[in-house]
Design a binder for this molecule. Structure first.
Ligand code: ZN
Length: 453
């Protein structure tokens, strides 16, 4: 049995909502699980980690990402475009250049950014599966996640039909038959999905959108397949007004009402964005426990709007945070995401719209709820020891009256004293032990040179 005592922190955020968010004391970890929190003396032979001057959060959880886009940051043709134009000019223009090397480098960039911002779990929505590939994207991304020690929820995306703009001079994004998609997801789950408590690898069924990536007649088959395979379902929804206009004109209903007809609601489903919802859609999502991956930075960057995450949370809905792909959010790390989230809602709805504690709750317990990983996202005895310890020994944190909220309110690059995943230290004093950042820098430059040649 191994035992570690984390002691002398300035304070602890537990991840729980309301007054239960704050606590203090030491944290004892035994065999990767939290054994106790509070004031306690060290035990004989116990390892001790002194975190004086630091605050402790649950490991952060991002519920929506596209790791392959980590080598598509700041593409000039798409830098000032809204969603549809950006999709055409960036991911749809460059996807065919993502070979095995580019994908591995992109995953390393994205996952190191996440680790260095205190993130212990990410959901990656990968929708590029071409029969021209001589590699398995799931294998590449799981290998990088294992190498770095982060929890990965791999959302196996894809489409049975392509959007209309795919054909205008570009290589269309890959499509496949529904039968092929479902068989591939099943085989991916057989190879990688681990549903045990403390699992580091999960698989989710994740068609890119229900609106444009599938035939409406396929929706019921997809949700039935996900429930038969005991996998969660993830997709994009109502990121822009295009979704609402399309559903109203083609199906005569708003997107959430249309999906209700197809059984695409429930606590085992979450959608990225959900920016354009009316009050009834917010109510339905909250009542059914359908999750939101709120991506405020990507929504700001693409000018999509501000999702009603606060309204959904007030109704008891499942709200989480996601960084989305770096092609539409160059600041794809969870500290930047939390800082922007805290600001964005207040800018348009007032200073009491969203508190720092709300943001932390969404980025921790909210993420665990949405991903169905109840052993993560909160700090309490019996929980997985997924723990982010932020060092406040930087001028940006000096002068602070409430140090616990400092990582959210002061923003900037996090200084991670230590990050633990299941009790294992994956970041130590701001570095990833054994990881060669200089090699990643040159690999990234090499990939960009090839993509832009
Ligand atoms: Zn997305």
């Amino acid at each position: 049995m191994t035992s570690l005592l984390i002691e002398n922190a300035v304070g602890i955020f537990t991840g729980h909502a309301g007054a239960a968010m704050r606590t203090s004391g030491s944290i004892r970890i035994r065999d990767g699980v939290i054994a106790a929190i509070g004031d306690m003396p060290p035990e004989e032979g116990e390892r001790r980690l002194d975190v004086s001057g630091c605050v402790i959060y649950p490991g952060l959880i991002s519920t929506h990402h596209h790791l392959f886009q980590s080598v598509m940051k700041g593409v000039r043709a798409g830098i000032n475009l809204p969603l549809a134009g950006w999709l055409r000019e960036v991911p749809h223009c460059y996807w065919a250049k993502i070979d095995e090397e580019a994908l591995a480098v992109a995953a390393r960039i994205g996952l190191t950014e996440m680790l260095l911002s205190g993130t212990t779990t990410i959901a990656d929505h990968h929708y590029l599966f071409s029969d021209t590939f001589r590699f398995d994207p799931a294998q590449v991304i799981f290998d990088v996640a294992r190498e770095l020690g982060i929890r990965l929820v791999f959302c196996r995306g894809g489409a049975t039909r392509a959007r209309h703009f795919d054909t205008a001079g570009f290589v269309p994004v890959p499509t496949e038959s529904l039968d092929h998609m479902l068989k591939s997801v099943e085989s991916c789950a057989q190879r990688f999905h681990d549903s045990s408590p403390g699992s580091l690898c999960q698989v989710v069924l994740a068609p890119t959108t229900p609106t444009w990536s599938l035939d409406p007649g396929e929706l019921k088959e997809v949700i039935a397949a996900s429930r038969r395979m005991k996998l969660r379902l993830h997709s994009h929804l109502s990121e822009s007004t295009d979704y609402v206009d399309f559903c109203l004109s083609v199906h005569g209903k708003r997107p959430v009402h249309w999906l209700a007809d197809h059984d695409w609601l429930g606590p085992d489903i979450w959608y990225a964005h959900l920016v354009h919802l009316d009050a009834d859609e917010v109510r339905i999502l909250a009542e059914t426990g359908t999750g939101m991956a709120h991506c405020p930075q990507s929504n700001c960057r693409l000018g999509s709007g501000v999702a009603p995450a606060d309204a959904m949370a007030r109704l008891g809905g499942a709200v989480s945070l996601g960084v989305d792909g770096a092609a539409s959010n160059e600041a794809a790390d969870m500290i930047s995401e939390m800082h922007s989230c805290w600001h964005t809602h207040r800018a348009v709805k007032g200073a009491d719209a969203v508190t720092a504690e709300d943001v932390v709750h969404w980025a921790t317990a909210g993420g665990a709820r949405v991903l169905g990983l109840p052993q993560t996202g909160t700090l309490a005895p019996g929980q997985q020891a997924d723990i982010a310890i932020f060092d406040l020994d930087q001028p940006r944190h000096f002068g602070m009256h409430d140090p616990l909220i400092s990582p959210v309110t002061c923003g900037g690059a996090a200084s991670v004293r230590a990050l633990l995943v299941g009790g294992r230290i994956v970041v130590d004093r701001g570095t990833i032990p054994g990881f060669d950042i200089a090699k990643l820098r040159s690999d990234a430059a090499h990939v960009i040179a090839r993509m832009t040649a």
